[in-house]
Design a protein around this ligand. Structure first.
Ligand code: NAD
Length: 261
């Protein structure tokens, strides 16, 4: 998809220090690119060093820096915030985007798979938010945006771990918004519908996702493009959304409104 819309101007983004987790691919890469195009300094964190190098190479004309870290590792995350501060300054916008899928029968999920899903999809967001809030309270402003999912507000069989962690993200977004508003920090979440990324490709390969059926039951008749998710993120992080906090915004082509059919 041509990314013309993401090149619109969003006030309050240029010059900001933006940290993105899971930044090497998919939605995180598109978020990083969109913010870099708006003139932000983008600190890109990902577990996958090879993909991260490719991603930062692709954005070499912009102010970006890659940093390899696992967002579930407390020490690595704290070191990443220090590195970001040294390179670009205190974090002003945090995208808690890293996440994994887990579509499996609940009777077959091992505790190690469950813990990994909770660690990556939920606990790491709390850890990064806490570190970001330490930066943001010093400045008296900041925005934290969490990548939740349509599955944070809906439920289904064989998605217990994913739905539970994403519902946790929706709740954490509200709790932190309530607590940190007085510090000048807005906390929001985005709930994408199925979006064309490696995560969806993997589900297709595993035969746990029927894209044709998904397109049929989505009122707008297709999956989302990651650039469209980035467009919403730009708006939520911009000055135009200055009175918005605590909510999760679905971007799903009407999928949730249509119910299960
Ligand atoms: N693609 C979709 O349909 C969809 C829909 C709703 C929500 N989401 C959510 O959007 C987010 C991004 O999804 P995507 O589709 O772009 O995924 P993706 O698999 O394409 O990319 C995720 C990136 O996160 C990185 N990552 C994974 N675990 C990490 C860790 N522990 N530490 C650091 N980096 C890590 C991966 O290396 C990868 O580069 C996830 O939170 C996902 O749950 C995706």
């Amino acid at each position: 998809m041509e990314n013309n819309q993401a090149k619109n101007h969003y006030s309050g983004i240029a010059g900001k220090t933006v940290m993105v987790t899971g930044a090497a691919a998919g939605i995180g890469f598109c978020l990083s690119k969109a913010f870099a195009e708006q003139g932000a300094k983008v600190f890109m964190i990902d577990l996958n060093q090879t993909a991260l190098t490719e991603a930062t190479d692709a954005l070499k004309d912009y102010c970006v820096q890659g940093y390899a870290a696992n967002v579930t590792d407390d020490d690595a995350v704290r070191a990443a915030f220090d590195a970001c501060k040294n390179s670009f300054g205190l974090v002003e916008v945090l995208f808690n985007n890293a996440g994994i899928s887990l579509n499996k029968r609940s009777l077959e999920i091992t505790m190690s798979e469950w813990r990994r899903c909770v660690d990556i999809n939920l606990s790491s967001l709390f850890l990064c938010s806490q570190e970001a809030a330490k930066h943001m309270q010093q400045q008296g402003h900041g925005v934290i945006i969490n990548t939740a999912s349509i599955w944070g507000l809906s439920t289904s069989a064989e998605r217990t771990a994913y739905c539970t962690t994403k519902a946790g993200v929706v709740s954490m977004t509200k709790c932190l918004a309530a607590e940190w508003g007085k510090l000048g920090i807005r906390v929001l979440a985005i709930g994408p519908g199925y979006t064309r990324t490696a995560l969806v490709e993997k589900l297709q390969q595993q035969n746990t996702l029927d894209v044709t059926d998904l397109e049929r039951r989505t009122p707008l008749g297709r999956l989302a493009e990651p650039e469209e998710i980035a467009e919403l993120a730009l708006f939520l992080a911009s000055d135009a959304a200055r009175f918005m906090t605590g909510q999760t915004y679905l971007i799903d082509g009407g999928w949730e409104a249509n119910g299960f059919q």
